[in-house]
Design a protein around this ligand. Structure first.
Ligand SMILES: Nc1ncnc2c1ncn2[C@@H]1O[C@H](COP(=O)(O)OP(=O)(O)OP(=O)(O)O)[C@@H](O)[C@H]1O
Length: 708
């Protein structure tokens, strides 16, 4: 079983550190170039981030002491194919739990992805990652947080939810020890500070790498709390009951929510500490625990890159959400504000559950309304649930058997969430000054025209902006032939003959296909006939049985006649009646005689054969054969003409000049040569007549041809 001592190398390989150090993008084929470029810089940043990591070695030492641990086995290309990731985080047993319930546990981890709830009945769950109690804050960040920041840098909206019952470790996961500073100061600092430390280190690297591109980043943070279906601004506690608005341009946003520009992880830490303190004060003032409210820390990351006069604008929203405790709030006995609070907390979480359930059903093909607007939380985070976002859900559980049912409920929630399908897109657009755009359009036009030129004749006239020559495949257009785009009349005639060959092949193929169809039909008819034969046999057996019964009845009657029980007359009448019936049965059998069936089948087959031959003759190949025969005939006629011409020349050239001018002598000379010449002539004439006759026969329709 794999141990966490392997985790560091697993994480390294996940991000392609050792194998593809020179070309890290190779592990993610098919990425667009810009995204690939981002990935390269992301991986470089991770490497740098990893290099100055002070507790890298601690993974193995801290986990070596554990009983049984599992490595994180996340697919390196996970976010390329998925938009929602569900992680289970198991926290260690607390002293209180040990004192109440001892070391009894309600869950058993089976692998780095599976976990079994050991209650009754035992239930096994599979998730993207199961992080056991030995997984440190740093490890969890490296598996979940790094990728989330990378996604944001590419321009994807990202969201991380911490879900679980009170005390299961949500705040520990999302914030952890923030008073102690970032990871450099405290091993217990949670996801949020680590995320921002990494985010700003990446921004710094990007800026350094793209100095010539005038790269600018603007990050703005906000921090809010939803309690009792009311929104409180944690960065400005004087404004509460803020309203959620929706705008085509902005999407869903909180009106009048304070946004603070941050330029470093330290800035973010300040805001986080400030917000957390305000949350505590608000909770004390209202006499309630902070676990009854949801907190949402949002950072909007905008980047502007100027390149050749065009501004590329990228935008990503990062939401880090610490949800209220998922246990059911007791409303029995509660009155007034407490009752309202219990109802609202249940409402927001049950709406979250319903939204997830409906999203799962929708992904299974059902058409359902998703009640995003039924709670402030789901309305605000609707993009993160089934929308334009890459979302991570960390479901926190306690292993203690004293919280068995709550843990089961969290596992079930997480299981459902696994089926949510988001549709994340890169938020990017480009704008620029008109002249730069025009230049670009002009260049693109030239490129298009150049390519068209290549397609239409190989000259690739760059200045030709028109569509001269037509599109490839249109009549009169030439096809591009090979990389040099050559074209010649020889190729054209070759193509024509090739075309003819293809036509011939096609006709043959069609004919063969038709033959097969006919053969299939014949087989079907044969099987039909066989079925009929079987039925006929069945009928025959029935007939024989009937005749047997008649015979038995006859014997019985004869016995009765012998005993004097019935008269001979009655017997004969009955016998006659039965014989008539038997004759009917036999007649029916004769009608369905085997021989008849065989002949019928033979008949059927012959009919098909005739049809097939007829179609073969009438279609396709008949014409081709005719054409071929005609071509041969023509060649024969040409050859004969040539032969005749040359023979007459030959005979003339054999004569002496003086003799040629003498008519009498010519005649006598002709007479001299006549036996040999006339036989050749006759032969030629015969062949010529034969050829002409053949040709006229070919031209005459079949029906009108005389019978041989
Ligand atoms: N993975 C962990 N490792 C060590 N300690 C943990 C871990 N998870 C939680 N704890 C500790 O458990 C206690 C409860 O955790 P935490 O306050 O984060 O729970 P919570 O789910 O946020 O509760 P609430 O809903 O009340 O805010 C804290 O003392 C925390 O330090």
């Amino acid at each position: 079983m794999p141990f966490l001592s392997d985790t560091a190398s697993a994480i390294k390989s996940r991000f392609g550190f050792h194998d593809h150090s020179s070309d890290p993008v190779r592990s993610t084929p098919g990425l667009p170039k810009s995204v690939a470029k981002e990935a390269v810089s992301a991986i470089r940043s991770i490497r740098d981030w990893n290099d100055d990591e002070d507790d890298d070695g601690k993974f193995s030492t801290s986990t070596a002491s554990s009983n049984q641990s599992f490595e994180f086995r996340e697919d390196p290309s996970f976010w390329k194919d998925h938009n929602v990731q569900v992680i289970i985080r198991i926290r260690p047993l607390s002293n209180t739990e040990i004192s109440v319930q001892g070391y009894g546990k309600c869950i058993r981890q089976e692998s780095c992805q599976t976990i079994t709830w050991t209650g009754h009945p035992e239930s096994r769950f599979t998730f993207d990652i199961v992080a056991d109690e030995n997984v440190s804050q740093e490890q969890l960040f490296k598996v979940a947080g790094l990728a989330m920041v990378d996604n944001c840098m590419i321009g994807y909206n990202s969201c991380m939810f911490a879900y679980g019952q009170t005390g299961s470790g949500k705040t520990h996961t999302m914030l952890g020890d923030i008073e102690g500073g970032t990871r450099r100061h405290s091993v217990n600092c949670g996801m949020t500070p680590r995320v921002f430390e990494y985010l700003f280190s990446r921004i710094q690297k990007e800026k350094e790498a793209g100095r010539d591109e005038k790269l600018k980043f603007v990050c703005k943070c906000s921090f809010l709390e939803i309690y009792n279906e009311q929104i409180l601004d944690l960065l400005d506690p004087s404004s509460n009951n803020l309203q959620i608005r929706e705008d085509i341009k902005k999407g869903v946003y909180v009106e009048n929510l304070k946004e603070v520009e941050v330029t470093s992880a330290r800035d973010v830490m300040q805001q986080l500490i400030q917000g957390a303190a305000n949350r505590k004060v608000a909770a004390t003032n209202m006499n309630r625990a902070s676990s009854r409210s949801h907190s949402v820390f949002t950072c909007i990351i905008e980047s502007k890159r100027e390149c050749q006069g065009v501004t590329h604008h990228r935008f990503a929203r990062l939401n880090l959400v610490d949800l209220a405790g998922s246990e059911r709030q007791k409303s029995s006995g509660a009155e007034g504000e407490r009752l309202k609070e219990a109802t609202n907390i249940n409402k927001s979480l049950s709406t979250l559950g319903l939204v997830i359930m409906n999203l799962v059903n929708i992904s299974n093909g059902k058409s359902l309304h998703v009640p995003y607007r039924d709670s402030k939380l789901t309305f605000l985070l609707q993009d993160s649930l089934g929308g334009n976002s890459k979302t991570i859900i960390i479901a926190n559980v306690t292993p203690s058997s004293c919280c068995s049912l709550e843990t089961l409920s969290t596992l079930k929630f997480a299981q459902r969430a696994k089926f949510i399908k988001n549709n994340a897109i890169v938020n990017e657009d480009a704008s620029g000054d008109v002249i730069a755009m025009k230049v670009q359009i002009q260049q693109l036009k030239k490129e298009v025209s150049h390519l068209r030129g290549l397609v239409n004749g190989g000259t690739g006239n760059q200045d030709n902006d028109t569509l001269a020559g037509g599109f490839p495949g249109s009549p009169g257009s030439f096809k591009w032939d090979g990389p040099n785009g050559s074209f010649s009349p020889f190729i054209s005639s070759k193509r024509t003959s090739q075309k003819k060959d293809y036509e011939v092949a096609l006709v043959g193929a069609f004919r063969r296909e038709k033959d097969k169809d006919i053969a299939l039909q014949a087989l079907a008819a044969e099987s039909q006939a066989a079925l009929q034969l079987a039925k006929q046999r069945e009928d025959e057996i029935q007939g024989l049985k009937m005749r047997l019964r008649f015979r038995e009845a006859g014997i019985k009657r004869l016995e009765a006649v012998a005993c004097g029980k019935i008269s001979a007359e009655t017997h004969l009448l009955k016998e006659k009646e039965e014989h008539l019936k038997e004759i009917e049965v036999l007649r029916a059998q004769v009608d369905r005689n085997q021989e008849v069936t065989r002949f019928a089948m033979e008949n059927l087959r012959l009919k098909e054969e005739i049809r097939r031959l007829k179609s073969f003759y009438e279609e396709g190949e008949r014409e081709i054969m005719n054409e071929q025969i005609m071509a041969l005939q023509n060649k024969l006629l040409d050859a004969l003409d040539w032969k005749l011409m040359h023979e007459s020349e030959l005979s003339n050239s054999n004569m002496p000049m003086e003799v040629q001018n003498d008519d009498n002598f010519l005649i006598s000379n002709q007479e001299q040569a006549s036996p040999w010449q006339s036989s050749i002539k006759e032969e030629n004439e015969f062949l010529r007549m034969q050829a002409i006759q053949n040709q006229s026969e070919m031209d005459t329709p079949e029906e009108t041809r005389p019978l041989p």
